[in-house]
Write a protein that binds this ligand. Structure first.
Ligand code: ATP
Length: 510
């Protein structure tokens, strides 16, 4: 074993009985080492089963056991053991001390975590998943975790708002064991508190920038959709997520804030949608007793009902194009086209919409395994806004089927009804507000509901909603994937045409 202190890398070379080195060697970076122990643990399929106390007085006085993480395939991470034997106990102790000290010096390793478990999320297995698959890894890495079982909706939001400053400042990471809804509570609460602590007014949509919370976020996917965790790691495998938390992986993620005038409604790090997707979520709430299958049932019902909503989407592109964009015409009368009203955004489109979908991150979920927004990234400083005007039931079904089976990527060249833009902020003005002065009964204009990271938000008939992106606002326990790694190229056509990141395509649209 050789230790490169400058690069913080261990090189293991397997020796022949005569001391000559073989070709078998591996390099292990310290940021991939979970722990170093005097006593071994039992691993089953790359995961710890029985840990036991690390006691140097046990029967392996001349050995140390190094547990490091490996990527077993494109998505899944597991643990491996390297047992190193020394000729004397003194030599072993010297090595052990040097390695343990180097491990302690790693600045990104979390020491204190706050863990929220929603015992009723998804299939109700969150607590079991935490105890069996997550806690042993945290124990191995020596991470202290304070665990709280949520008792009601908003419990963890309130808990974090009321946390005393000393505890708040000692937390290195917040882990939610549940679905996207629980994570959204954690996200909103942390982002809001970070702004209060730094005297920033988060309700002001024009604010220069928000303060990045000092703690990182982690999700153990124990909910129904687990979209955010699947997007970050390319999988919702709980042990993979736990390994990234334990070794302190770090990546920055974009976040959007949702405003109604001077009121902050939500903070989102996933997908915001109006029309069909919002209605599916609203309808699915009536069928919670069916479990995760309720989404498929409500999708069928909503497709049959086929709602469309009149409104105006105005937006500002994240990068100005060289040539002005061409748009389909607005549904008349449009006050902005007529010149009777001005708009703070560069572009607008007023029509009847079947879908308005904004993705802050690519959005991998069981229903969109190939990404809803394949051309956006986790922390690329932009969100993708997709609009589909009123289309027939058949056309809508075709669009949904293509997204589910091939992802959003295949849809863009094929569907002329789909309009996608890379934006930094946008506004939705509901039909009733536009028609206010021109209709006798604006309240009779139908309003849909928003699906905000899997939570329902009804669209008020008399207020516009504003959305603003805050690039790389939060840090997540995950890795920026190496796009040039050949393992991401899964088939010949992908290899030839583009770089693949799990199932997320990175090349932006030119
Ligand atoms: N103990 C609890 N009882 C009831 N609701 C809770 C509890 N804890 C959290 N919640 C709320 O339940 C909602 C859904 O939780 P979560 O996301 O964990 O599970 P889910 O069933 O997978 O939902 P989703 O459909 O959002 O994925 C969250 O908005 C959260 O605020």
């Amino acid at each position: 074993m050789t230790f490169d202190k400058a690069k913080k890398v261990l090189e293991f070379v397997l020796l022949k009985p005569n001391g000559v080195s073989t070709k078998h060697k591996i390099n292990v970076g310290f940021d991939e080492i979970l722990c170093i122990r005097s006593t071994p643990i039992k691993l089953k399929k790359g995961l710890p089963t029985c840990i036991g106390k690390d006691d140097s007085s046990s029967d392996t006085p001349n050995a140390i056991f190094i547990y490091y993480t490996i990527r077993v395939n494109v998505y899944i991470w597991r643990i491996r053991e390297a047992a190193v034997f020394f000729t004397t106990t003194t030599e072993k102790k010297q090595w052990e001390q040097i390695l343990q000290n180097t491990l302690k010096e790693l600045e990104y390793r979390p020491k204190n975590l706050l863990v929220f478990i929603n015992p009723y999320g998804g299939k109700g297995l969150a607590k079991t998943i935490y105890e069996n698959q997550v806690a042993p890894l945290f124990d191995l890495a020596g991470v202290q975790a304070k665990v709280l079982l949520t008792e009601r909706a908003n419990h963890c939001y309130e808990y974090m708002q009321e946390l005393d400053p000393e505890t708040w400042n000692s937390i290195d990471g917040i882990v939610s064991v549940g679905g996207d809804g629980l994570f959204n509570e954690v996200l909103c609460s942390t982002v809001i508190r970070a702004q209060v602590d730094s005297n920033k007014d988060i309700t002001d949509i024009e604010i220069d920038s928000l303060t990045t919370p000092r703690m990182r976020f982690g999700i153990i996917g124990a909910g129904s959709a687990n979209s955010i965790v699947s997007t970050v790691h390319g999988t919702d495998d709980c042990s993979t997520a736990a390994i990234h938390i334990a070794i302190g992986s770090k990546c920055a993620v974009d976040v959007a804030t949702v405003h109604e005038g001077r009121k902050l409604l939500k903070v989102s790090a996933n997908a915001i949608s109006y029309g069909w997707l919002g209605d599916v979520l609203r309808d699915s709430e009536h069928y919670r007793c069916m479990g995760p299958i309720r989404y498929q049932w409500s999708a069928l019902r909503t497709t049959a009902l086929h709602p469309t909503y009149f409104g105006r989407v105005s937006f500002t592109l994240s990068n100005q194009p060289e040539q002005p964009l061409k748009f389909p015409e607005c549904k008349k009368p449009c006050e902005i086209c007529d010149g009777t009203k001005t708009d703070s955004h560069t572009y607008h489109w007023q029509t009847d919409f079947t879908h308005v979908i904004c993705c802050v991150i690519p959005c991998v979920s069981p229903f969109t395994p190939y990404c809803l927004a394949p051309y956006t990234g986790l922390g690329d400083g932009s969100m993708d806004l997709a609009m589909v005007p009123k289309v027939s039931r058949c056309a809508n079904f075709r669009i949904l089927r293509k997204v589910a089976m091939y992802g959003g990527k295949g849809l863009i060249p094929l569907e002329r009804d789909l309009h996608v833009y890379r934006v930094s902020r946008w506004t939705f003005t509901p039909g009733a507000l536009i028609l206010g002065e021109n209709t006798v009964e604006p309240e009779k204009v139908q309003q849909g509901a928003w699906n905000l990271d899997g939570e329902i938000l009804p669209q008020p008939s008399d207020k516009a909603l504003h959305f603003r992106l805050h690039p790389r606002l939060i840090n997540y326990f995950g890795r920026e994937l190496d796009l040039d790694d050949p393992r991401y190229r899964r088939c010949f056509c992908c290899y030839k045409t583009e770089k693949k990141k799990s199932n997320i395509v990175i090349n932006p649209i030119e």
